[in-house]
Design a protein around this ligand. Structure first.
Ligand code: ARG
Ligand code: ZN
Length: 898
């Protein structure tokens, strides 16, 4: 049987709930093999409901209903009905009443990891977006906000720690070696923020005193024996609490703030009120187990979940179409935090790289959607790079357009108006508009239109009038999203975007020119925020003595593709002189992309290996770049970013026309080898000079030195002679931190060297008991370019270190291969596609969310040659024809084949 694209639901069909729930009293008894959930819901009719006589319909998934009572009276047959995932109450209902259900659930058999599930040391929950219905019958939608209490019962020896949202209000022992604990959350919340834990865990405790003097207990709970890995997460939590007070005036509102780490988790972490549940990946870290990037990610994810307490929890979403209301805003906030805690320039560059690697392809493929989609089939598919990362870019544009102070006023107004409410993206934009006085009507198109706009900019200098004119044109062709809605008879209006174009002009010496726009009486500064609102628009700068080099889209001021015909000389000029770190980096990326584009064409024409496509001056530019790290004021972290050539994924996206993954791979590798050979001396010197002698710390300066040193190591390893091998092996054998160990291991794993298997075996032997380190071991192999990677990844599926039930393992081995190793995933024999399809089908039966994330690897299949397309189509069709395919995968595959 063929499963077609599943039924979509539409934003425009939103209606308020027929009933509201004031309080939820839960009692969860965890027994061997099952759990019994008793839920008492104090309900009343919603005065704002469209239909005042609508029936009460609760949702439940994989629940066995035992009994149901209305105000204490047992309901009999005929007074209610069960149909699919719905529980319909036929009995006559008073204005307000208490509905009490008793259900049995099976957390041990819950492989989806949504709702209440078992992981190694206990029981954990994940309720966003629609997991609460897998715990009890409910109006499981974010605009139903209630006060919760929960009483948890479990075996005391096996599950000594019992946690809920809010405050502990009672605990005690029960017969049979069991115990109980009761938690009460003083804040109303939607069901997706409910959480509970019953597990054996160790705890790290600390205190934070808020600006108004409230003493908050901070606790990080981890698997027994891992207390020495939670210090960084705790420090990050306290830094986040302070930062949100300092920057946004937002204070912690509870007496307890708990973070619980769990090894089996579909996503990164979850902001449940007062009881965050985290993937261990974003909690556990020690210098010898975690890399600099891991430490940095922990800072960001801890901050992200903490910031949700205000942007998400105190003010939440009316419906799931509004997901970016909380996610885009909270990512923006964690990005600002990251820029304040680490290097601002490096942080911004990394964000842009993420956007280009994950979001641009999404916006150009079959799953394209605006940050607020008008329709979806499965909400879990919309926890996307668009909703999160592009959502953050949209907030950043508001910040840039109205300025920091007005933005802060807008935030204050948003909380003043909406604290305790479930609201829409319009409400947020309205607060920003009212606080700033800037009309954001046109700006709201960013919420409704999909696709990455192209900004075509041309500059013209007129020596006679001393004028420099910039012509700006926006292109925003319809995406798969608009085409689908059009076909469904629900067209989306499209029009020009409102966006900030931040720029400066550089003279021939690299100095920034004072900027006076036509019509202004005097120059104001050397950097301007231009407000672009039209399809075509011109900006004229006066008093420009000679043709300048424009530095455009500073700080990546808008999520667009910029088209400006820079010459290689202009790019080199910007690389050397631009005051904006992003633009310096971007100039280098463009220069490399232009060269690689020529190289790709050369490889396709059979002439790549001549290297005639590499300009003789390129190595000099990179030599100067490397040298700048050691000049006064030099920043090794930024230079490390600049040394990285655009990734294969980014080059695939930058290709107009048919993608040739083999030519891309060959050209990129050839350019790396060329630089390594040309710059061997300076690279080796830098490598030695950058050695960090101080004890390990993940702070920015040390991390920057390691990043550049390891970038040099990566280049030197490309030379692949006895000397470079010795360098790599020495680092591998002597490193005292995981950053350096992994850099060496990654270099080793690239090549099919004799050392490779031995090094991998030694690494695994040392780290086999640290799950997160084993994930690194898998990933270094799944992302290797070595010719035998495909076979090795298939063999690793059977390795005892792999576990298909664990999302982190699946992401490290399967997703990394499919999403980050294009050469092998797009192998011309179709083996990569077949591998992915096998994995997706196997995973779909256990965990559709994880399966669906793997399936996204097929998003760009139509960009490849007809041979590869036919191979991909066969696999997509094979997945689609599977009986009982989940809605998650059916939506992704259905849209891919549309
Ligand atoms: N709200 C969480 C966060 O942003 C993500 C939860 C995603 N859960 C899901 N099932 N899709 O950190
Ligand atoms: Zn979030």
């Amino acid at each position: 049987m063929r499963t077609d694209t599943p039924q979509a639901i539409y934003l425009k069909d939103y209606t308020p709930p027929a009933f509201l729930i004031e309080t939820v009293d839960l009692d969860v008894a965890i027994e061997t093999g099952h759990a019994t959930v008793t839920a008492a819901l104090a309900c009343h009719r919603n005065p704002a409901a469209a239909d005042p006589s609508a029936a009460l319909v609760l949702t439940g998934e994989e629940l066995k209903l035992e009994t149901i009572r209305l105000d204490g009276r047992l309901l009999g047959q005929g007074e209610y009905a069960l149909c699919d995932d719905r529980l319909l109450i036929h009995a006559e209902l008073p204005e307000s009443f208490t509905l009490t259900t008793v259900s049995t659930i099976n957390p041990d058999g819950n492989t989806q990891l949504s709702g209440l599930y078992r992981s190694k040391d206990g029981y954990f929950t994940q309720c966003e977006a629609e997991g609460f219905r897998r715990i009890t019958w409910f109006l499981d939608r974010p605009d139903v906000m209630a006060k919760y209490t929960v009483t948890i019962h479990a075996d005391k020896a096996q599950f000594p720690v019992l946690l809920g949202n809010g405050n502990p209000v009672g605990a005690g022992d029960e017969e049979g070696g069991r115990h109980w604990a009761k938690w009460e959350d003083p804040f109303r919340k939607p069901s997706y923020l409910f959480a509970m834990v019953a597990a054996k865990l160790d705890m790290l405790e600390d205190w934070f005193v808020t600006k108004s003097g409230r003493k908050v207990r901070c606790a990080v709970y981890v698997e027994p024996g891992k207390l020495d890995q939670c210090g960084h997460a705790m420090a990050a939590l306290k830094k986040s609490m302070k930062w949100d007070e300092d920057v946004f005036g937002l204070e912690m509102d509870l007496d307890h703030y708990m973070i619980v780490a769990v090894g089996d988790f579909n996503m990164g972490a979850m902001e449940n009120k007062g009881l965050n549940i985290f993937n261990t990946k974003y909690v556990l870290a020690r210098p010898d187990t975690a890399t600099d990037i891991d430490f940095q990610n922990i800072d960001r994810v801890v901050a992200h979940e903490y910031f949700h307490n205000w942007t998400g929890n105190r003010v939440t979403c009316r419906d799931w179409f509004q997901l970016s209301l909380k996610e885009g805003l909270t990512v923006f906030r964690d990005q600002q935090f990251g820029m304040d805690m680490h290097s601002a320039g490096v942080t911004r560059i990394q964000e842009v790289r993420t956007l280009r690697t994950a979001q641009f392809p999404e916006d150009a493929g079959p799953m394209a959607h605006p940050i607020r989609p008008a329709s979806y089939a499965e909400i879990n598919n919309f926890y996307s790079a668009t909703v999160y990362e592009k959502g953050a870019e949209v907030i950043r544009m508001i910040h840039t357009l109205i300025g920091k102070d007005a933005f802060r006023k807008g935030m204050d107004l948003y909380f003043a108006r909406h604290d305790g409410q479930a609201v829409t993206c319009e409400d947020f934009v309205a607060a920003m508009q009212d606080a700033s006085g800037l009309d954001l009507t046109q700006f709201k198109r960013w919420y409704n239109q999909a696709g990455t706009p192209k900004l075509v900019v041309r500059g013209a200098y007129d020596a006679a009038t001393k004028r420099f004119t910039l012509d700006v044109e926006q292109l925003y062709p319809a995406t798969a999203y608009e085409k689908r809605l059009e076909a469904e008879g629900k067209p989306v209006a499209r029009g020009a975007y409102h966006l900030p174009l931040v720029l400066g002009l550089l003279d021939a010496d690299g100095r920034e020119l004072p900027l006076r726009l036509a019509g202004e009486t005097s120059a104001a500064g050397t950097q301007r925020v231009l407000s672009v609102t039209e399809d075509r628009q011109s900006f004229v700068f006066e008093d420009i003595a000679a043709a300048p080099v424009p530095s455009l889209l500073r700080g990546f001021s808008a999520p667009v593709v910029l088209d400006y015909p820079y010459t290689a000389a202009e790019l080199t000029h910007l690389m050397a002189h631009d005051s904006d770190a992003f633009c310096r980096w971007e100039a280098g990326q463009r220069l490399a992309t232009d060269i690689l584009t020529a190289g790709i064409a050369a490889y396709q024409a059979g002439d790549g290996d001549s290297l005639a496509w590499i300009p003789t001056t390129y190595a000099d530019a990179i030599r100067a770049l490397l040298g700048s790290a050691f000049a006064p004021g030099g920043d090794p972290a930024l230079v490390a970013e600049a040394l990285a050539l655009p990734s294969e994924v980014v080059l695939i996206e930058a290709t107009d026309g048919t993608v040739d993954p083999d030519a891309i791979h060959a050209a990129r590798l050839a350019l790396r080898r060329h630089l390594a050979r040309e710059l061997k001396g300076p690279l080796a010197a830098a490598y030695h000079e950058l050695k960090v002698d101080a004890p390990y710390s993940p702070e920015a300066q040390q991390a920057g030195a390691r990043a550049l040193r390891n970038a040099c190591l990566g280049y030197l390893a490309e030379i692949d002679d006895a000397e470079s091998r010795a360098l790599v092996m020495t680092q591998f054998d002597t490193a005292d931190n995981m950053t350096d160990t992994m850099a060496a291991l990654a270099a080793i794993a690239q090549f099919e060297l004799a050392e490779r298997d031995d090094a991998l075996a030694r690494f695994l032997d040392k780290w086999k008991d640290e799950a997160l380190v084993v994930d690194k071991w898998l990933m270094v192999q799944s992302t290797a370019r070595a010719a035998d990677t495909g076979q090795r990844v298939r063999a690793l599926l059977q390795h005892p270190a792999f576990d298909i039930k664990n999302p982190n393992k699946v992401y490290a081995l399967i997703r990394a291969f499919c999403a980050a190793n294009p050469k092998h995933f797009h192998a011309a024999d179709g083996s990569g596609y077949a591998f992915a399809a096998d994995a997706i089908l196997q995973l779909d039966a256990m965990n559709p969310q994880v399966a669906s994330r793997i399936a996204r690897a097929f998003d760009r299949w139509r960009k490849f040659d007809t041979h590869r397309q036919s191979l991909a189509r066969v696999q997509l069709a094979r997945i689609q024809s599977q009986n009982g395919l989940s809605r998650d995968v059916a939506e992704v595959v259905g849209k891919a084949l549309d």
